[in-house]
Design a protein around this ligand. Sequence first.
Ligand code: C2E
Ligand code: CA
Ligand code: CA
Ligand code: CA
Length: 266
Amino acid sequence: GKNSYQLFSHEMHKSLMDRLKIEADLREAIRLGDQFVLYYQPQIDSENDHIVGYEALLRWNHPTRGLLAPIDFLAIAESSGLIIPIGEWALYEACSKAKQIHIADANFQRMAVNLSALQFNHANILDHVKSALTETGLPPNLLELEITESAIISNVDEAIALLFKLKELGVKLAIDDFGTGYSSLNYLKSFPIDTLKIDKSFIDEIVNNQKDAAIARTIVQLALNLELSTIAEGVEYIEQHDLLKAMGCTNLQGYLYSKPLPPEMV
Ligand code: C2E
Ligand code: CA
Ligand code: CA
Ligand code: CA
């Protein structure tokens, strides 16, 4: 009826204003340059539970709303294109932190950094990665770029060419959220990938749901046969840890080991 239409339109207006406000605040944050922070979540070796790497996860210290997670702003950063400068900053920041950790810890194997589809398909991504590595002096094999299936699938031929150029720099490549996108076994054959990251949605019920367990086990076996490593995300319980370890999953990440940590704690 008429009233509900008005309510709807009012909410549409409000959410549009929210969006515009967040976008304006994001622009200001980029201009000021000191509101973004990377948190680091440990990744462990399932053999011995040692921390072997970290995933860098973006946070925004908003002047009035406090610390925001990607759910609160990433979609707007993407649709506005602002993820390009933010992502360039994150790449540099993560490499710089990784260089510090590398100097202090001989067992450190990787800093994983998320690339959104827009970043991956942006013309200058190769240059951004190159300069982050040279400016920080991080050995390239310590950087792992996490890319989703959908980022690759949007333009397969260009994606393959880019993945090979990134490999030439010496960085590692992981498929993030593996199994949730338009997975094709064909690309596992042709793409120079190092790691499959098993999505949390398969991990959540892995102990009680036989189908989830079968999918996770199959991904691990597939990776073993292709000589890729595997990492499971969202591990929260020791039973999930035990099962994934028994399956042969190489690395594990989740609240069981640690939440993402602020930079001063890493
Ligand atoms: P993702 O890459 O799938 O990252 C995993 C998310 O799961 C993170 O959320 C992490 O904090 C959370 N997580 C880790 N372990 C557990 C667990 O045991 N239980 C539960 N419930 N959650 C867990 P976060 O940090 O909020 O990031 C959300 C998404 O935002 C990421 O999903 C990634 O797609 C994106 N993102 C984060 N940082 C960046 C970035 O620097 N650049 C880009 N382009 N995207 C980013
Ligand atoms: Ca990720
Ligand atoms: Ca993921
Ligand atoms: Ca995920």
